[in-house]
Design a binder for this molecule. Structure first.
Ligand SMILES: [Zn+2]
Length: 295
C-alpha cells in the first residue's frame, strides 16, 4: 500500500506525443497524516501532488517544480514542491477544510472567488515562474488554462482522485499529453478532449491500483519508457534548523534565551518539529561571538 507511487512516461511515436502519468496516493495520504488534513484539504493537496508529478516529467536534469495555489477561500492556498527524482513535499495553508459543494461548485467553498495558480520551474541555474488568475476554481481546469496562456507547447492535463475501499484517497492520479515538435496537433486535441473522462473512468475502476495498470488503461499497448518511483520526502534537518537560527544573529538568539529559554521550529512542508535546547542556543551564540577565533 505504501509502495507503488510512480511517475511514468511514454511516447506515442505515430503522432509524436509525449505522455506522463503520475500516481501518488501514498504521497497524498502521507501528507494528510503529517499535517492532520481534513477531507477537502487532503483531496486538493493530493490533486496538486499529482499535477506536480506530471509537470516534473517535462523537466530536464535534477531539477524541481513548485506548484502554488493562493486563494481567498477557506483553504487560503497550498504549495507542492516536487523533484524530478520523485521526492515530493507540500502543505495546505488551512488543514481543516471539510466543506465540499455539489457539481460545478465542488471546490468553490474551499477556493473562494479570487486566487492565483503559479508554477515555478527550476531550469538548471534559472527559475521560471508564471502565474494565472483562477477562473474555473478547479485545479485541473485552471492548470489547462495555465498551459494555454503560459507555455509555448500544446498540452492537456487531467487530474482525478478516487476511493479504494475505505480509503478516500486510494487513487490519486494525473495524466499529461504534450505535442513534441512535429507532433500531430489533431491527435493531441482528440486525446485531450476525452482525457479527463478517461482518467475519471480509470480512477473509478477499483481494480486499478498501480501506476502501471492506470497507464495501461489510458494508453493500451503503449510502452513505459521511464519510471520514477515517487515518495513524500523533505529536505529539512536539525542542522538546517540550527543554520536558520544562527542566521537570526546574536541579539535575536539572546532574546530567545532570555525570554523562552528554548525553542522549537516546525517545518512547513513536512510538519517535523525540531526542539532546540538552551545549551544548543548558547552554543550558537558562542559560535557567533567567537567567530573564526575558535578554529
Ligand atoms: Zn521538512
Amino acid at each position: 500500500m505504501s509502495e507503488g507511487d510512480a511517475i511514468l512516461k511514454g511516447f506515442i511515436e505515430a503522432t509524436n506525443l509525449t505522455v506522463a502519468v503520475a500516481v501518488v496516493p501514498s504521497v497524498a495520504q502521507e501528507a494528510r497524516r503529517r499535517h492532520g488534513l481534513r477531507a477537502v484539504s487532503a483531496a486538493l493537496l493530493g490533486q496538486a501532488f499529482a499535477a506536480a508529478g506530471v509537470l516534473t516529467a517535462l523537466q530536464k536534469g535534477d531539477t524541481r517544480v513548485n506548484l502554488q495555489l493562493e486563494c481567498d477561500g477557506a483553504l487560503r492556498g497550498l504549495l507542492v514542491d516536487a523533484g524530478v527524482d520523485g521526492t515530493m513535499r507540500g502543505y495546505a495553508k488551512n488543514a481543516l477544510v471539510d466543506l465540499e459543494l455539489g457539481a460545478d461548485f465542488r471546490w468553490r467553498a474551499a477556493l473562494g472567488n479570487k486566487g492565483f495558480l503559479s508554477v515555478l520551474r527550476d531550469i538548471g541555474s534559472e527559475y521560471y515562474r508564471s502565474s494565472i488568475e483562477l477562473e474555473a476554481f478547479e485545479l485541473v481546469a485552471d492548470l489547462n488554462r495555465y498551459f494555454v496562456m503560459s507555455e509555448q507547447v500544446k498540452t492537456h492535463v487531467a487530474i482525478a482522485t478516487g476511493a479504494r475501499g475505505a480509503e478516500p484517497l486510494g487513487m490519486v492520479a494525473a495524466v499529461l499529453v504534450q505535442a513534441l515538435p512535429n507532433g500531430e496537433l489533431t491527435a493531441l486535441e482528440a486525446l485531450g478532449a476525452t482525457l479527463q473522462a478517461s482518467l475519471e473512468a480509470a480512477v473509478a475502476d477499483a481494480s486499478i491500483v498501480t501506476a502501471d495498470a492506470l497507464f495501461g488503461r489510458l494508453f493500451p499497448a503503449l510502452a513505459v519508457t521511464q519510471r520514477t518511483p515517487a515518495r513524500f520526502a523533505c529536505t529539512c534537518s536539525k542542522q538546517r534548523t540550527l543554520d536558520t537560527l544562527r542566521s537570526l544573529g546574536k541579539d535575536e538568539l539572546q532574546e530567545i534565551i532570555d525570554t523562552a529559554g528554548s525553542t522549537a521550529v516546525t517545518c512547513h512542508f513536512c510538519a517535523t518539529k525540531y526542539e532546540v535546547s538552551l545549551p544548543e542556543l548558547f552554543a550558537l551564540v558562542e559560535e557567533l561571538e567567537g567567530g573564526s577565533l575558535k578554529n
